[in-house]
Ligand binder design. Structure first.
Ligand SMILES: [Zn+2]
Length: 559
């Protein structure tokens, strides 16, 4: 194993739930390389029909197809737990004994569950376990001998999905007639019913395992990920998978992704070159430049190439150049017919998280993450710069208002109000941004934070983020730096691209903003709607509450 794969640098910042989560893995002896050990299921409206405050076993009615779906999960080796809010206990509508009889009846009809986790409290009790708080998810993971990020939770309302995300687990929403439309819009993963949710869980789990066992090690693999820092960072797990089966990995990236490429474990050499069919502001095609790129690719001497793209990008122009450069085996995702350009043409349904989408391509090419390497974002420890000494102790909150795409940036006046609210709640706030964003960071920090605008490159920002207790950020590169450090994210997510594909991956997350705003799925780089309504309606109190859900407290800086 490579040195840079042995020492996950995010453990350095390991402090609370999230960190404990990363430290453990595979303790239930799961097959290596898989995404999940366990499926957590909401009870009422998900497993059985919702009969409000039911204490009567005779009234238990499973949803259609539940037994067979659960048995498919059991047969695949997944552990099952029920995670359920039962405030009827607090309100005295039924007794613990009656609830026990209901649960016995559920097991009679649906088979055994490996654990039952019940929150007996009411909203007014302020407990840590009532969903959308993440306490039940952590408790279930612990009881099942795994970690929250290796769990997927299925539920019928927004509270279920929010609890899953706040713990760093995956969340699938299975809407019923009582599910509110805004909850459906906000969910990153929606299935039509329980059997469909189960099918997709099993499909995603299978998709990251190579169909054929890894063959002889590849001498040199060329991996490709153009576009920006975030795109490169989310491809990290897939690149590590390729690196596990290759003696040498060369990464072709664009100028905007170079700094992120430098941070990725598993990369031995970087070639930086813009690809005009990918870049959002492309230069005209210059035949001399393309011949030069082809010659450079030929000089790599790659045995195989794996071309990673987003769903709206085409791998085929580069595949042609790679063929002309003599690369023998080329793999890529392509909905367009590739003719003889690809040896492995992979297809992926929409909605799959980008890191998994890329991992599934690596798997189609025969590569998988090695034992002990969790499918999380990670950075090279030796590439992350030291944190400036004048920032004080770890445990601050990083607020990063900007984004290369203005449609995904936090409006400066909102960021200033968030800074004020966090400061008032006792948090130390560091405001980060690029040199070009210095005016904004100064304005935001004036509300009570420390202005770090223009003070860091990406590696320096990664170091600052790694010692934060949480990061407040839009859908942009630093959100993925936080995910790579295991630092919880308050995601001010403009819905221009799907949250399920681009949300922070496998890290505790609270999503804020209007997921149904008119900019939804437009992929707009600048906001197409006046007033930036998807984010401008966020109440700074929601950010303070999100930190509380992560158990990040103001004052001492601990969590
Ligand atoms: Zn509770």
């Amino acid at each position: 194993m490579r040195q840079d794969q042995e020492d996950p640098y995010q453990r350095r910042s390991a402090r609370a739930y999230a960190a404990a989560d990363r430290a453990g893995s595979g303790s239930v002896g799961s097959p290596r390389g898989v995404l999940y050990d366990a499926v957590l299921l909401d009870r009422d409206g998900t497993l059985i029909e919702d009969v409000p405050y039911n204490g009567d076993p005779e009234k238990v009615r499973p949803v259609p197809g539940a037994r067979a779906a659960l048995d498919r999960l059991r047969a695949a080796g997944l552990r099952l737990a029920v995670v359920t809010n039962q405030s009827g206990l607090a309100r005295g509508y039924f007794t613990g004994e009656q609830m026990g009889a209901v649960h016995a009846r559920v097991e009679e009809l649906l088979g055994r569950f490996d654990a039952w986790l019940v929150c007996p409290h009411d909203d007014a009790d302020g407990c840590d376990c009532r969903k959308p708080k993440p306490g039940l998810v952590y408790a279930a993971a612990r009881e099942l001998g795994t970690t929250a990020s290796r769990c997927v939770l299925v539920g019928d309302i927004g509270r279920d999905v929010a609890a899953a995300l706040a713990a760093g687990a995956a969340g699938v929403l299975v809407p019923t007639p009582v599910t509110r439309p805004e909850e459906v819009a906000a969910a990153g993963w929606v299935a039509s019913d329980l059997p469909a949710a189960v099918d997709e869980i099993l499909r995603r789990q299978q998709a990251v395992r190579p169909a054929t066992p890894p063959g002889d090690p590849v001498r040199t693999a060329l991996v490709v990920r153009s576009d920006s820092a975030g795109d490169v960072l989310v491809t990290g797990p897939a690149i590590r998978a390729v690196a596990a089966g290759a003696q040498r990995v060369v990464l072709l990236c664009g100028p905007r992704g170079r700094a992120a490429a430098e941070l990725l474990p598993g990369v031995d050499e970087i070639i930086e070159h813009p690809l005009p069919w990918i870049d959002p502001s492309p230069a005209p095609i210059d035949p001399e430049v393309m011949w030069g790129l082809t010659a450079r690719l030929r000089a790599v001497g790659a045995d195989e190439a794996v071309v990673f793209t987003s769903f709206h990008q085409s791998a085929l122009p580069l595949a042609l150049l790679l063929r002309m450069a003599g690369v023998g085996r080329i793999s890529a995702i392509s909905d367009d017919y590739p003719g003889s350009l690809l040896d492995i043409r992979h297809r992926v349904p929409v909605g799959v998280p980008e890191p998994e989408r890329a991992l599934s391509l690596a798997a189609a090419a025969g590569h998988r993450l090695p034992d002990g390497d969790e499918p999380v974002l990670r950075l090279r420890r030796d590439a992350v710069g030291p944190r400036p000494a004048d920032l004080g102790a770890p445990g601050y909150v990083v607020l990063h208002p900007g984004s290369a795409a203005s449609s995904r940036a936090c409006p400066p006046d909102l960021a200033a109000r968030i800074t004020g609210a966090l400061t008032a709640a006792g948090h130390r706030v560091l405001v980060t941004g690029s040199s070009a964003e210095r005016e904004v960071t100064a304005q935001v920090a004036a509300a009570g934070g420390t202005d770090l605008g223009g003070r860091t490159d990406l590696a320096g920002l990664a170091a600052i983020v790694a010692d934060a207790s949480a990061v407040v950020v839009g859908n942009t590169g630093p959100a993925h730096l936080a995910a790579a450090a295991g630092v919880p994210v308050v995601s001010l997510f403009a819905p221009t691209v799907p949250f399920g594909q681009w949300g922070p991956y496998r890290v505790p997350t609270v999503r804020l903003g209007d997921a149904a705003a008119p900019c939804r799925d437009t992929r707009a780089a600048s906001c197409p709607v006046s007033g930036h309504p998807c984010l401008s309606g966020i109440d700074p109190v929601e950010v303070v509450d999100a930190l509380r859900a992560f158990a990040v407290s103001g004052g001492g800086g601990g969590r």
